[in-house]
Design a protein around this ligand. Sequence first.
Ligand SMILES: [Mn+2]
Length: 198
Amino acid sequence: MSESNDRLQISVYQKPKKGNYYCGDSYYYKETDKSFVCALADGLGSGELAKISSQAVMDIIEEFPDLDIESLIKKCNEALLSKRGVVLGILKIDFSSNTYSYSSIGNIGIMTVTSEGKKKRNIPLAGYLSGYPRKLRVVHGKLEPGLVFIMFSDGVNERQLSLKLFHDFDVRRIIEQYDIENGGARDDDTTLIAMKYD
Ligand SMILES: [Mn+2]
């Protein structure tokens, strides 16, 4: 799946674990005049129950586009009571202040790659969301033209995300190349989202 919005180019690679119909990973993204949000959740385990949890969290992100990351995660937690837990990554961009912020709980990777090829990776917090309050770490940064954001679930082997993959900073090609190199049967649900700010 590939889409061109006004300011962000987005491309997504997603495949369920081999033998599964449902992918336990869910993602959502939306660009408006003021902001952009992208979130990815991986439900614990796999299959339909994992999907129900990760989708419940995406429904919250969709419902409250203007909330900051801390408030969003609080609401996601409430939606998970009596469901399986999830690991979650959220990226928000504010176009008026030209800034971005992101946070992840558990094993959702978030990376930025500048147009000069400088790569920065978030340090994920251990654990997962399961209905109870959690301490967060939110990273803030300045939005620069050409900045690439990569968000991925733990079905992605990070060593496969070589710099070569981001060489030409074309999000569609990043995903195509990943599929060519790693397109076989998956040991886990796999989601890789590439976004570029123009
Ligand atoms: Mn997983």
